[in-house]
Design a protein around this ligand. Structure first.
Ligand code: ADP
Ligand code: ADP
Ligand code: ZN
Length: 217
């Protein structure tokens, strides 16, 4: 079992949804830079104030900022059984920084699972996404609805729509993905670290594809 895993894929590929299941089964600690940044925005910290304008537009928060928060977090997670990176890295610069941070901390190198989903499917997934305001759990109005409309199954918290899950911002996030993040596919393939899974099909089907990779390494 690889200790440190990166989930790579466009916004809406299902990274958060699968990360929750994978971390539960394999005891990995989930590290989501999107969640960390949203938390900082909510609290109004200097980091949050710096990040907010980029996030609202669907642009990437600058590399040095994101690398800084991951570096801090990794120090806290030094004794974790393994880390599941969700939404990080998103640029080749971030990927290189991650490689050296793991080496410096004497942690295992990452194994990368790329989740492939077509752009047309992404729009429907993201405009229908709802998230729990309290615990961050993910739902979809059609593909993964909660038992009770508008209420989180896990904690009873209210479900809300993210500000950046409107069609215009989603299109920009997809553009940014193709420009800045997709070069990571080549980066990790050349390093021999890449595995690819189809991200379409039911949530259970996608999980079993990922599970069969993780349980075989
Ligand atoms: P998605 O659902 O699109 O995968 P995330 O929750 O991972 O979204 O990220 C939301 C926003 O937070 C991104 O659009 C970007 O502005 C910012 N962000 C998250 N992770 C990173 C990162 N690794 N590098 C730069 N910006 C990031
Ligand atoms: P990401 O973290 O990659 O941005 P999410 O895990 O938040 O993606 O998923 C985006 C939306 O798509 C959510 O509303 C989620 O419930 C839904 N979703 C996730 N996986 C699937 C799937 N296999 N089929 C249909 N919808 C899915
Ligand atoms: Zn909840």
């Amino acid at each position: 079992m690889a200790k440190n895993v990166v989930l790579l894929g466009p916004p809406g590929a299902g990274k958060g949804t699968q990360a929750e299941r994978i971390s539960k089964k394999y005891g990995l600690v989930q590290l989501s830079t999107g969640d960390m940044l949203r938390e900082a925005v909510k609290k109004g910290t200097p980091l949050g104030m710096q990040a907010k304008s980029y996030m609202d537009k669907g642009e990437l928060v600058p590399d040095d900022v994101v690398i800084g928060i991951v570096r801090e977090k990794l120090k806290e997670l030094k004794n974790a059984p393994g880390v599941l990176f969700d939404g990080f890295p998103r640029t080749v610069e971030q990927a290189k920084a991650l490689d050296s941070m793991l080496e410096e901390e004497e942690l295992s190198p990452v194994m990368v699972i790329q989740m492939e989903v077509d752009d047309s499917e992404i729009i429907e997934r993201l405009t229908g996404r709802r998230v729990c305001e309290k615990c961050g759990a993910n739902y979809h109005v059609k593909f993964n609805p909660p038992q009770k409309n508008g209420t989180c199954d896990a904690c009873g918290g209210p479900l809300v729509q993210r500000a950046d899950d409107n069609e215009e911002t989603v299109r920009n996030r997809l553009k940014v993905y193709h420009q800045s993040t997709s070069p990571l596919v080549g980066y990790y393939r050349e390093a021999g670290k890449l595995r690819v899974v189809g991200g379409s099909g039911s949530i259970d089907e996608v999980f079993s594809r990922i599970d069969s990779i993780l349980s075989s390494v």
